[in-house]
Design a protein around this ligand. Structure first.
Ligand SMILES: Cc1cc2nc3c(=O)[nH]c(=O)nc-3n(C[C@H](O)[C@H](O)[C@H](O)COP(=O)(O)OP(=O)(O)OC[C@H]3O[C@@H](n4cnc5c(N)ncnc54)[C@H](O)[C@@H]3O)c2cc1C
Length: 221
């Protein structure tokens, strides 16, 4: 057995669901590898929770200033979209290297490529077979396919978080955690943002705090 290619555990997916397990098992003395075909960090750090919260932070500043206008705070605020996206990138661009270095310091072997099972204890990465006693599959999720006409014209939340300019008008399909922040609406002016959702109760809870003049809501699918 080639010791460099045999592990106690191979973790497939370097997101939050994979890296914690890799660190803990390596700390317990296991020989561990992680493999991912995208930059390390996964959805939450690179194209989900964390960058979304950075956009929320900026747009909440605008909301606060507007809500306190005439109450002692006088400031003209608006969103500079390209600067906001650049601010987001100061975090997301640095994350893969940080995470990978952290894993390597913890003794984890960090691999790059698409993993594919070729046997009960074997995967192949870049044509190379790797074996392990255990596998932890933490491969996350992909945006749902809607099966509606014109679907090919939609962009995903990942694409949205990379837009170089703020779109003048936007419709979000779905209002779950993955829907980009309400702050997009804050600076948009009247009726510039549409939200579409199947589930009325989900919609009601999530719309608290959205600026009502900016958002048109549609229910159904
Ligand atoms: C816009 C957005 C906002 C969100 N906001 C929140 C929030 O505020 N709060 C919250 O709790 N959750 C939020 N989420 C959800 C959260 O990001 C996910 O639940 C979480 O990131 C899932 O982590 P994971 O490790 O399971 O998967 P992921 O982070 O998706 O990682 C899976 C990794 O596996 C890799 N992979 C897949 N297949 C293979 C393969 N065959 N070979 C090699 N690698 C592979 C992928 O490249 C990916 O890097 C949000 C999601 C989105 C999209």
């Amino acid at each position: 057995m080639n010791e460099r290619k045999h592990f106690d555990l191979i973790v497939i997916g370097a997101g939050t669901g994979g890296t914690g397990v890799a660190r803990m098992t390596a700390a317990a003395g296991w020989k561990v590898a992680v493999v991912d075909h995208l930059p390390y960090g996964g959805t939450c750090a690179l194209r989900g929770c964390d960058p979304k919260k950075m956009l929320i932070a900026v747009t909440e500043g605008v909301d606060w200033a507007r809500n306190l206008k005439g109450k002692g705070l006088e400031a003209q605020t608006s969103i500079d979209w390209p600067t906001m996206i650049a601010f987001k990138r100061t975090f997301t661009d640095a994350m893969p290297g940080r995470i990978e270095t952290g894993l390597e310091k913890a003794g984890v072997v960090a691999l790059h490529g698409q993993a594919r099972f070729t046997g009960q204890n074997t995967i192949e990465v870049n044509g190379e077979p790797l074996t392990a006693r255990h596998f932890h599959i933490a491969t996350g999720a992909r945006p749902m396919t809607l099966n509606i006409p014109g679907e090919e014209l939609l962009i995903t939340s990942t694409d949205f978080l990379e837009l170089p300019e703020r779109p003048d008008r936007v419709v979000f399909v779905g209002v779950g955690d993955c829907a980009p922040p309400r702050g997009v609406a804050s600076d948009a002016g009247d009726d510039r943002v549409g939200l579409g959702c199947r589930d009325q109760s989900a919609m009601t809870g999530r719309l608290m705090g959205w600026p009502s003049n900016s958002v048109r809501v549609s229910r159904g699918m």
